[in-house]
Design a protein. Structure first.
Length: 160
């Protein structure tokens, strides 16, 4: 999570970890930052703005990434996958295009504490292949986009 705004549900994410035996590092800045810091459980740390290289290191050593805001796309989910990290995401919007439930992570039906807590437990109990997760991120690479766009242009010109 990078922007601490209501639609990304940072309070739900933090609260879900309150009764879990796992640690959570939240990354973000925004209008909810101060209020969120005051309510964090002891196993949750909130770090503010983070440089891209440090963010990549955090993704790489994480057991999972949580994104329960509805986005058109959500590049951070792809970045987590590229680091070999499974994703827990809301089953709406762009996450449906990125996360294949059971293969790249889990999709939750609602941004609810218990629903998220269950998903975190499931992600922690399963084995995820970092190479397969990273390969999934390749489906959203710039190179693949350019290749597909060129194919589309050529096909259009040939029909023309």
């Amino acid at each position: 999570m990078h922007r601490l705004v209501p639609y990304k549900h940072p309070f739900v994410v933090a609260e879900a970890f309150r009764r879990l035996p796992y640690r959570l590092t939240m990354v973000g800045i925004g209008p909810l930052e101060n209020e969120l810091r005051r309510s964090l459980p002891p196993n949750v740390t909130l770090v503010g703005w983070t440089a891209r290289d440090e963010l990549a290191r955090l993704f790489a050593r994480s057991a999972g990434f949580i994104h329960i805001g509805e986005e058109d796309f959500g590049i951070t989910m792809v970045e987590a996958l590229a680091a070999g990290t499974p994703v827990v995401a809301l089953d709406r919007g762009g996450s449906r295009d990125i996360v294949r439930a059971g293969q790249d992570g889990l999709l939750v039906s609602t941004p609810d504490v218990e629903c998220l807590r269950d998903a975190v437990r499931r992600v922690a109990s399963e084995r995820w292949d970092p190479a397969l997760l990273a390969a999934r991120a390749g489906a959203f690479s710039r190179g693949r986009f350019v290749d597909q766009m060129l194919d589309l242009i050529h096909a259009t010109l040939e029909r023309g």
